[in-house]
Write a protein that binds this ligand. Structure first.
Ligand code: ATP
Length: 366
């Protein structure tokens, strides 16, 4: 399974409009993607990357296949969700399964579209949602930490370590702060915090859904969200879901002109997809040949065999070495053969840590 971002937000803030635009994009792309599956509430979309065209031109590839990121529409958040109101429990279970949270905030005024709390205040909305998630985490840790501590006293070292790590998150939650602010002392604590799947432990991207006229510049509401995001170390993107919904209905060749007229360099969806990708600490490596130029995703810190395993588990098992060219060298020298001549094709072994943009060819015994 690939990486997934869950789209959350209060009712009527523009989640479905945004998700539909994303899945329309996915559906339009689907013909090009052999492994693209679209479930009702999940859309896998290609991650736009301008480097691919450059590689494909040099390698003479017939096709370009982008790497994908999943988006899940998580409906049903209202105040009281942590107590099971609305679709409460289902909602929380769905969030637990995603890798990052895309939090849509209503930053547009429209008297015809009811706001669930009766006023436009994206910062207060963000707090409402975060409070529900914090309450759910608090409740779960109030139960789990004493249990783990008890097991630890009984001699279970792993439980003892988990109790120490999760106590940090619990202390923060008791102060009304999200678990993602917990600072693990070492890799082991980090692992325990990640395994706990805390709702407020996941990275957050705020999406400010503004009126059509403010898509290029943002507005006073989105400026307040940007300040809040900065203070939290979270990401923030300004889009207009109304524009995105419009764009996906247009022929691809008509889109650039429309975007330009609005003062936009690219679609908001492209920015959200990329920001989601960054949020998850992912990086891209490429494979290139006459058939296709293809982008693949690994987590930062992945080794060459890990990367081989993304393509095929057999490649990881039988990994021998990875012929690797940095993207800049591949482009500057004009492809694999010339990079090899210039001594820029490196034979990397099992411990090599993959760098973003590496063009790789795996040699394996399977
Ligand atoms: N940027 C925008 N400017 C103006 N209207 C918008 C904008 N974004 C969304 N809307 C409109 O707001 C309404 C609510 O949007 P949408 O149904 O996507 O919200 P939602 O968050 O999915 O709601 P729910 O959780 O209740 O399903 C729709 O009528 C939509 O067209």
């Amino acid at each position: 399974m690939g990486f997934r971002c869950g789209i959350v937000g209060l009712p009527n803030v523009g989640k479905s409009t945004l998700f539909n635009a994303l899945t329309e994009t996915a559906a339009a792309q689907a013909a090009n993607y052999p492994f693209c599956t679209i479930e009702p509430n999940v859309g896998n979309v290609g991650v736009p990357d301008p480097r691919m065209q450059q590689i494909a031109d040099i390698a003479g590839s017939q096709k370009i296949i982008e790497t994908q990121l999943g988006f899940v529409d998580i409906a049903g958040l209202v105040r009281g969700a942590s107590k099971g109101e609305g679709l409460g429990n289902q909602f929380l279970a769905n969030i637990r399964e995603v890798d990052a949270i895309v939090h849509v905030l209503r930053c547009f005024e429209d008297d015809d579209i009811t706001h669930v709390e009766g006023r436009i205040d994206p910062v207060a909305d963000a707090e409402t949602v975060e409070t529900e998630l914090m309450l759910a985490d608090l409740e779960s840790l109030e139960r789990r930490v004493p249990n783990l501590a008890k097991k630890g006293q009984g001699g279970d070292k792993d439980a003892k370590a988990a109790a120490v790590a999760l106590q940090k998150a619990l202390d923060l939650l008791r102060e009304g702060k999200p678990a993602r602010l917990a600072v693990p002392a070492d890799a082991d604590e980090k692992r325990h915090l990640a395994q706990a799947q805390l709702l407020t432990g996941k990275p957050v991207l705020y999406v400010c859904n503004v009126d059509e006229g403010s898509a290029a510049t943002g507005n006073a509401f989105s400026a307040r969200v940007a300040d809040m995001a900065k203070a939290q170390g979270a990401g923030a993107v300004v889009i207009s879901a109304a524009i995105e919904a419009e764009i996906v209905t247009m022929a691809p060749e008509d889109r650039p002109e429309y975007l330009e007229a609005l003062g936009l360099a690219e679609t908001g969806l492209a920015r959200i997809i990329r920001a989601g990708y960054e949020l998850l600490h992912l990086l891209t490596f490429f494979t290139a040949g006459p058939k296709e130029t293809r982008a693949w995703t690994v987590e930062k810190g992945a080794t060459a065999p890990n990367a081989a395993g993304v393509i095929h588990t057999d490649f990881e098992k039988g990994f021998i070495r990875a012929e690797t060219i940095a993207f800049a060298d591949f482009v500057a020298l004009g492809g694999e053969a010339k990079a090899r001549e210039a001594g820029k094709l490196r034979a990397e072994g099992k411990t090599y840590v993959v760098q973003d943009g590496d063009v790789m060819h795996f040699l394996h015994s399977n």
